[in-house]
Write a protein that binds this ligand. Structure first.
Ligand code: FAD
Length: 365
């Protein structure tokens, strides 16, 4: 045990990361009577739309946490996919309403509120730089010198997971050198908010604008812009507008208020283990993959629900620690399937959008 660890403050589970995975885990453990602590290196919550579709499996989990109604009343269903090719509107594809469209920051806000109702607040400005464990518990050392101790530790700290690295768990796979997409959140006054607009061009280019319900924001995804030397242009309002003008050909629409701008590379990797003794990995910390199908956040939520069940059982009955083995046995094959499945979905989407009238539904079916 680390010398500086404060055993008096020890909780049952220390959760590193307050994304959708860490927050779901925290809410689910609290409802099972566990004492949790959630820490995050951020100074404040983000407001990025990121994972924007909640699948039925996630809603079932949120039902048990008492937040499904808040998710459905904040989000929207039945968004119509509007497809254009070389600037021409080709067709509309209504969706069946099985997913709820909702910004990731809104999901996180609802989960944080639920957690706060149970008396647990996310602790910000708390960055983990090392983790350790012994027979009695696990601990994390923060960059500010504090050491936090718990019976178990969950690394829900995203694709670059420090917890995973500190545990020496491999993250095998590939990361493409080239940016695949630029992404961001923008407003686009005058553009219909009943449709997920998807513009594709015969040269293989794409731009999509998806309305985030309850906001003025559209999530933008586009093929990156290149400059005269063929170099990728950094995402910005000016670059987003040039891409929009080229793909959408709607001169009256001006993009504005960029609240998030980023670039995305194809990254297909998974951890070779999701448990080491008293420490566990969940969500993007354990698996990253193409976004086709919108499965990343949803899979992290499933990981979290499984881990909460397993840890809840082990905490309730110390004699039942063998149940901890079932987490990795269940979720590692699910992660392997996820990587193969999303790679196949990505290939289907890339092939489909070359045909006028087809769009990202090719990766959802
Ligand atoms: C454009 C886009 C669209 C997407 N669409 C979908 C979709 O439709 N459906 C879907 O399911 N998924 C989607 N995703 C994927 C989804 O955003 C991720 O899978 C999801 O964010 C993973 O959640 P997480 O909680 O595991 O990790 P994260 O959301 O990455 O959260 C990790 C947290 O850990 C904190 N942290 C990191 N390191 C430390 C440290 N050392 N100490 C303390 N805290 C730390 C971070 O600050 C962060 O808050 C999309 C992603 C993008 C970019």
């Amino acid at each position: 045990m680390a010398d500086t660890a404060d055993a008096a403050d020890a909780v049952d589970v220390l959760i590193v990361g307050s994304g959708p995975t860490g927050l779901t885990l925290a809410c689910d453990l609290v409802r099972r009577g566990a004492r949790v602590r959630v820490i995050d290196r951020r100074s404040t919550p983000h407001r990025e739309s990121r994972g924007k579709s909640l699948h039925l499996g996630s809603l079932e989990i949120f039902e048990t946490l008492g937040v499904a109604d808040r998710m459905t009343s904040t989000g929207g269903t039945g968004l119509v996919f509007r497809k254009y090719f070389d600037g021409e509107h080709i067709n509309d594809t209504p969706r069946d309403g099985s997913s709820v469209f909702i910004g990731q920051w809104q999901i996180e806000e609802i989960l944080r509120d639920r957690l706060a109702e149970s008396g647990v607040l996310v602790e910000y400005d708390a960055e983990v730089e090392a983790v350790g464990q012994d027979a009695a518990g696990a601990w994390a050392t923060l960059t500010d010198g504090r050491t936090l101790r718990a019976a178990y530790l969950a690394g829900c700290d995203g694709g670059g997971s420090t917890v995973r690295k500190m545990l020496g768990i491999r993250f095998d796979g590939r990361t493409d050198d080239e940016q695949a997409m630029v992404i961001g959140d923008v407003t686009a006054a005058g553009l219909s908010r009943d449709h997920w607009h998807q513009w594709f061009t015969s040269d293989g280019g794409a731009m999509m604008l998806c309305p985030i319900p309850g906001t003025e924001v559209f999530q933008l995804q586009a093929s990156p812009e290149t400059d005269h030397r063929g170099e990728r242009v950094a995402p910005s309002l000016e670059s987003f507008q040039r891409l929009f003008d080229r793909h959408a050909r709607m001169p009256g629409i001006r993009l504005a208020e960029v609240t998030w701008a980023s670039a995305w590379r194809v990254n297909v990797r998974m951890a070779d283990r999701m448990r080491q003794g008293r420490c566990f990995l969940a969500g993007d910390a354990a698996h990253v993959h193409p976004i086709a199908g919108g499965l990343g956040m949803n899979t992290g939520i499933q990981d979290a629900a499984t881990l909460a069940r397993v840890l809840g059982a082990a905490l309730a009955d110390p004699g039942a620690e063998h149940i901890l083995e079932t987490y990795e046995a269940e979720r590692l094959p699910a992660a392997a399937h996820l990587l193969a499945d999303t790679s196949a979905r990505q290939a289907r989407v890339l092939a489909a959008v070359r045909e006028p009238g087809r769009g990202i539904e090719a990766g959802l079916d």
